[in-house]
Design a binder for this molecule. Structure first.
Ligand code: ATP
Ligand code: MG
Length: 399
């Protein structure tokens, strides 16, 4: 058997489509339901921890949206695009023009000497044309952007197209900049809210880390009514099993994991898709090597070694970036009951009283803010703190 021909099917890596997308039927159903709204009242926030599968779910929704006759405008947001209102408007127009470039709009032009003096000509709704509408519209950035979005809709409205999905990933990067008097996030919310109210069928789908939704609400409180939050969680045991075994069944490989290995992997991964891809890829390689050395490929494997690799590649780099005092704080949080779910400043302060160098409430508050900036912690909807990295507490306890 030429073992090296059996390419490893697993895909650990940000945004890499898994060989088999397990679960997520409910979230997909909820999204498709929102596409049936006549007037768009609910937009979508797709949120969850690192590596839970937001990007690949979004990607998998695209063909489903296209099937329902929606156009799909998408991109990843970056700090650069949210630096100013104008930069952000340019981002939207650029993304929009990618899908509208092959649409032909009828433009009114004035001609002198004939009839009532107007005539219609065909123009392509490409970037140049949309930019022209933008720059020729007087007023604020929001007026200009609305005018572009409305111009495209006034055409689409007469066609079979149901509307446009504006899908933005990494949306937690967006911020308003009070100091510079630039409010790109508020611009996005204001513009969409206003055109949706006027009946334009454009739906916003913003995907990002759990900090996203609080940021939207902070920018515009009406975001609470404007968005439906779809929270991506862990996969169930059954879904995890699918994510583990289906790729082998579908791929051209004789490799199979034993029941014992499968259960071990399910237990170790805790339902986190990135961990499943990572560990399965490693285990597959180990089995492949064993097989090529003549051993039974279905032999059970020891996960300890693989889990160590996950610690080294995924968790440790994040831990290394912490200061000594932050590490001490982490250890204290670990002792808080249910720290894996959520914890409060008060929880930490009382736990820290048992140690030699206790933390004051204001010190904890300040340290949590810097951990939020490092992307390790976030504040949930109920004002409690949570770890943004899955299974962080387990990792700390293992150390
Ligand atoms: N439902 C699923 N079934 C199997 N594997 C999945 C599933 N969802 C995601 N994965 C895998 O998990 C990994 C992470 O997915 P993805 O990059 O979409 O996560 P994310 O939530 O966007 O993470 P980040 O917050 O870092 O952007 C990828 O390797 C992907 O193939
Ligand atoms: Mg992602």
């Amino acid at each position: 058997m030429q073992i090296e021909l059996f390419e490893n099917p697993y895909r650990p890596g940000a945004g890499h489509m898994p060989p088999y997308l397990a679960g997520r039927e409910q979230e997909t159903g909820e999204f498709l339901e929102l596409l049936t709204q006549r007037t768009i009242l609910n937009n979508v926030v797709l949120t969850g921890l690192r590596g839970v599968g937001k990007t690949v779910l979004l990607e998998s929704l695209k063909p489903k949206g296209l099937d329902k006759k929606w156009l799909w405008v998408s991109s990843d947001l970056s700090e650069a695009s949210s630096i100013s209102e104008n930069a952000f408007a340019q981002r939207i127009i650029t993304d929009l023009s990618v899908v509208t470039a092959n649409i032909t709009l009828k433009k009114k032009v004035n001609v002198s000497g004939f009839g009532d003096g107007t005539e219609f000509v065909n123009v392509s709704a490409d970037f140049q044309y949309l930019s022209k509408i933008y720059s020729e519209t007087p007023g604020l950035v929001s007026d200009k952007l609305k005018s572009v979005l409305n111009a495209v809709w006034s055409y689409l409205n007469q066609t079979e197209i149901a509307g446009i999905v504006f899908a933005y990933d990494e949306a937690q990067i967006m911020s308003d900049h009070r100091d510079k008097d630039q409010y790109p996030l508020a611009l996005l919310l204001d513009v969409f809210q206003s055109i949706q109210r006027a009946g334009v069928r454009y739906i916003l789908v913003l995907s990002g880390l759990p900090t996203l939704y609080p940021k939207l609400v902070e920018s515009r409180t009406y975001s609470e009514r404007m968005f439906r939050v779809i929270e991506l969680g862990r996969l169930s045991a059954v879904e995890s099993r699918d994510a583990i075994i289906k790729p082998l069944e579908q791929a051209n490989t004789p490799m199979r994991f034993t029941e014992e290995s499968i259960n071990l992997i399910i237990g170790t991964c805790g339902g986190y898709p990135y961990f499943i891809q990572f560990i399965c890829k490693e285990v597959y390689d180990i089995l492949l090597q064993r097989d090529s050395t003549g051993n039974d490929a279905t032999e059970s494997i020891s996960l300890a070694e693989v889990a160590q690799k996950l610690d080294r590649d995924f968790f440790s780099p994040r831990y290394e970036r912490l200061t000594d005092r932050q590490r001490e704080l982490m250890e204290i949080i670990c002792e808080v009951r249910e720290a894996d779910t959520e914890f409060s400043i008060q929880d930490i302060v009382s736990e820290s009283k048992k140690t030699e160098k206790p933390f004051s409430g204001s010190h904890v508050n300040q340290m949590l803010s810097s951990l939020i900036n490092k992307g390790l912690v976030y504040k949930n909807r109920f004002g409690k703190y949570c770890f943004a990295v899955p299974q962080w507490v387990n990792f700390l306890k293992r150390r």
